[in-house]
Design a protein around this ligand. Sequence first.
Ligand code: PHB
Length: 381
Amino acid sequence: MQANHAPAAGSQAGEPRLFQPARIGCIDIANRVVMAPLTRSRADEAAGDVPGSDMNVEYYRQRSGAGLIISEGTQVSPLGKGYMATPGIYSDAQVDGWRRITHAVHEAGSKILAQIWHVGRITHPDLTGGAQPIAPSAIAPRDVVAYTHGGKVEIPLPQAMSTQQIAEVVGQFRHAAANALRAGFDGVEIHGANGYLIDQFLRDGANRRDDAYGGSVAARCRFALEIVDAVVAEIGAARVGIRLSPLTPFNDLADSNPQLTFDHLVEQLDRRGIAFVHFIEGATGGSRDIPGFDYARARKSFRGTYIANNGYDRSMAIDAVESGRADAVAFGRAFIANPDLVQRLRSGAALNTPNPQTFYTPGPVGYTDYPSLDDQAVAAC
Ligand code: PHB
């Protein structure tokens, strides 16, 4: 299931491998540039966290030059929501909305996965319909705030999940995966990164449980693997991947021995034959130079596709795929500001600069109005 390393038919001779087709699990992609999952907070909250407005469709359609698009994080239940206006994937209206997006992306020649997400303790009752956040243990994150319609608020102490609640959330991920296929997605990425619920179980900074889901490395990995098993049972391993961030301090999470924890997890993921692992190398959106985890070793011990992410520029991405250190490279911020990122990377054109002020604001500004090279050529004449 390794991505195809031979130059594919139809690719231009001499073109870097980054721009050549590959296969991830059972999904054929036109190039190895991946659009990373990006929270944009532009779903219809009043309608029940429903995506698929004309503006949402246009945003994804514009970015369909990516070989593969991974959707913004989409919550598997109302309690899995941690930010304003993020879309869900548990209701029929949400599935119908997503179907408009996946259809547009497929029409434009790309592939799209749903990133299925539960935030765990990184939320506030104002975002979850009044419910108290849940987590492996009753430990609040320090110095993390939630943004609600009332403004910035302190994150409260979460409730430690019962084993019944754990089983319920596993079922929600399974249901989300089934819904993803109903909505026309090519598969799913399980969000196991960035200090959200799955990561809260994996890393011992948030997991002090003394039952089957905490303590040893194997026990801390159990929740993630139960979700993987449930999702694989629903849609097949060839359509499933997971995003991981062993070292990121984002959302106040850390592990006492990331190498040990994630070695075990990757070995177990490999046994299950899932399509890909997607690593945030270093601190999310920040430094890549944090000691404590060997990504090359993870890449070697996993037979599926390795998607690399975090701070890659054109030459780093070309080198990573050329050298075999990664099969594909995911870009986040660069895709916010450059709808035609692949075309720009191919030609070496300059990139637009993203504006963080409009990452999470409603409306088209900073969302669908970044110019493509074609728009810029028209503007110049
Ligand atoms: C964010 O909205 O800042 C965010 C959401 C999900 C992530 C990372 C960051 O995984």
